[in-house]
Design a protein around this ligand. Sequence first.
Ligand SMILES: NC(=O)c1ccc[n+]([C@@H]2O[C@H](COP(=O)([O-])OP(=O)(O)OC[C@H]3O[C@@H](n4cnc5c(N)ncnc54)[C@H](O)[C@@H]3O)[C@@H](O)[C@H]2O)c1
Length: 250
Amino acid sequence: MQRLTGKVAMVTGAAAGLGLAIVRRLVDEGATVIATDIDVAKGQAAVADLARTRFLPLDVRDETQWQAVTATIVADGLTLDALVNNAGITTMGSIEALSYAQFRHELDIDLCGVFLGCRAGITAMKGRGGSIVNMSSASGLKADADLAAYNAAKAGVTLLTKSVALHCAREKYGIRCNSVHPGAIHTEMIDKVMAQVADPEALYRSFVDRHPIGELGRPEDVAAIVAYLVSDEARFATGAEFVIDGGLTL
Ligand SMILES: NC(=O)c1ccc[n+]([C@@H]2O[C@H](COP(=O)([O-])OP(=O)(O)OC[C@H]3O[C@@H](n4cnc5c(N)ncnc54)[C@H](O)[C@@H]3O)[C@@H](O)[C@H]2O)c1
């Protein structure tokens, strides 16, 4: 008997990086997984060979698409036990360098997408309980002059998570809601961030230097914490910040 056998989990931003590693780990532990992403071709290809995994298109900014995905899950005879709000982007830039449009775009995906996800997750799970896992970041706890929009979005996720946790506890929904705070993890997101600066090699070295442990993390490091939070072993954890950052925030 595996830890997540019989559980149904949905993951956003599942076509690559942390989201795909999380899908693989949840499947490995026995869960049935609904993998979603805005990039349909990439998402379908990424999970094609995984057991008990179905791909559905979802732009986390679109409330109508959230309703369509949760309706499809119900129509398939599945009942959601966990939702992992993982989809996100990173826009580099200081308060002076960023345009208002860039700032809003970042918040639209990384914060408003999590708001819509929490609402959809609560609607789907409030009858019988479950787990919502929100992907924040070390950048949701610690500021950087060149991450004004990302800091604002991820710090928003940190406190939104606690508010959702308190609401679900007060309403006795049996739904736990926690945030995960990775340091730099080598995924395509890091490559995309490096593509936004003049000296990518120097930026990469600075990423490594900021982690006392002396290296970047791996997607599997984060997936292990998410699997724990989805499992019943985490029954007493809610509204908490799960930091996995090689010492970055120390
Ligand atoms: N990689 C890191 O160092 C790191 C560190 C801390 C937190 N995070 C967070 O982890 C999450 C995943 O990051 P990653 O490194 O795997 O990124 P990634 O760029 O490798 O993958 C992100 C995925 O999200 C999808 N996506 C983007 N916009 C979307 C939208 N509007 N709707 C649905 N899907 C969308 C992309 O298509 C992609 O498949 C993000 O929330 C990120 O902020 C990453």
